[in-house]
Design a protein around this ligand. Structure first.
Ligand SMILES: Nc1nc2c(ncn2[C@@H]2O[C@H](COP(=O)(O)OP(=O)(O)OP(=O)(O)O)[C@@H](O)[C@H]2O)c(=O)[nH]1
Ligand SMILES: [Mg+2]
Ligand SMILES: [Zn+2]
Length: 346
């Protein structure tokens, strides 16, 4: 049978198939062909499973993903899929508590692989400063759908609900921006009950979400995800980061070098436009921080023996081979970082 993962806690996955939900484990120790990932299954994954008794089953395969939202897991030292197979990722931010952090949104966009991002400013009952407002508006100038709502006053909640109609969406964002409050409000009394249940059972009284959960809304399906203080882009090809900036993408063919990463390369059109003020400087800085974070990583699955085999020698940003102790700097998808601290951007 095939079903969709609606929740996963401690290697037990709730898999929904039609009207039934089965509590499933993975058959054997791991799923075939899935390695080097923090979690083999994420909410939204379609799986094949074999029911073995009432309401329980064994997962035998993960079906191919249409898209995913991934981040770098600092503790696990590898990429983690937060949700898969979404029609839309809704990046929720707030005017205050926590403060508006546009670079966090830039990173959320870079974490979304093959799926559109909409940016929802919650707590619009609190005013933004002029600068914050300008940076927020920039997202819509760049072509992203944006919306300002308030879960508290209900402002624009109908509009949000209409926008989500017919879709499966994930709410992601910093802890405390109001993802769960928004979802409660969108789902009405039904949703409140279910979310209340979850927070009592799994949060031991805390008012934060600590695992992703897929819920049925009126005319749409929504995944509530746990908020994070910081989000880091997944490890991988740095060109994917550059591609997540539409204003860079639009002019990249005018850069002197093919595959220009808009960093130190001569004849870079992006840098020229930043200097002229035609590309927002803060967006560019935000991008450079993401690139730098890729250079500092060591995915755990890159074992010492793999490194010693010499296969991992790759070119660095500057185009030269570079050796850091036994580890090499890399930009071609087998790179890594030693991440001993996480800096917060504004
Ligand atoms: N002023 C104001 N406060 C809000 C609004 N929406 C939510 N809040 C408050 O923001 C706080 C955090 O809300 P949550 O819904 O728990 O935030 P979250 O994003 O789900 O947080 P995590 O589960 O930790 O990721 C709560 O105290 C809410 O009452 C809003 O529109 N305006
Ligand atoms: Mg929450
Ligand atoms: Zn360039």
């Amino acid at each position: 049978m095939d079903g969709v993962v609606i929740r996963g806690i401690n290697n037990i996955y709730s898999v929904r198939c039609g009207a039934e939900t089965y509590q499933c484990r993975i058959k054997g120790k791991q799923l075939a062909d899935i390695q080097g990932e923090y979690n083999p299954l994420a909410v939204g994954d379609f799986v094949t499973f074999a029911p073995y008794c009432a309401g329980e089953g064994l997962i035998t395969a993960r079906l191919p993903r249409r898209n995913s939202f991934q981040r770098w897991n600092v503790k696990g030292e590898c990429n983690q899929t937060v949700v898969a197979n979404m029609d839309l990722v809704v990046c929720v931010c707030s005017a205050e508590t926590p403060p508006f952090r546009p670079r966090f949104i830039d990173r959320v966009i870079a974490c979304a692989r093959g799926v559109d991002v909409m940016i929802v400013m919650n707590k619009c009952d609190i005013l933004l400063t002029e600068d914050e407002h300008e940076r927020f508006r920039l997202f819509s100038d760049l072509g992203y759908r944006t919306m300002a709502v308030s879960a508290k006053t209900g402002e624009n909640m109908d509009l949000l609900s209409q926008t989500l109609a017919g879709s499966t969406v994930a709410f992601v964002g910093q802890s405390g921006v109001g993802k769960s409050t928004l979802i409660n409000r969108l789902l009405g009394s039904d949703g409140k009950q279910r979310i209340g249940e979850v927070s009592q059972k799994f949060n031991r009284g805390r008012h934060t979400t600590n695992h992703s959960l897929m819920l049925d809304g009126p005319g749409f399906v929504v995944v509530d995800t746990p908020g994070v203080r910081e989000i880091l882009v997944p490890h991988g090809d740095p060109h994917m980061i550059a591609d997540s900036f539409p204003e860079f993408r639009a002019v990249a063919n005018l850069c002197e070098y093919d595959g220009c990463l808009h960093d130190q390369e001569p004849g870079c059109k992006v840098k020229e436009l930043v200097e002229d003020g035609n590309i927002h400087f803060d967006r560019y800085e935000s991008y450079l921080r993401m690139l730098a974070s890729l250079d500092e990583r060591v995915p755990q699955w890159l074992s010492e023996s793999y490194l010693e085999s010499g296969k991992a020698v790759t070119t660095s940003k500057s185009g030269k081979f570079q050796r850091k102790n036994k580890l090499m700097d890399s930009r071609d998808g087998v790179g890594w970082t030693v991440m001993d601290h996480v800096e917060e951007d504004s």
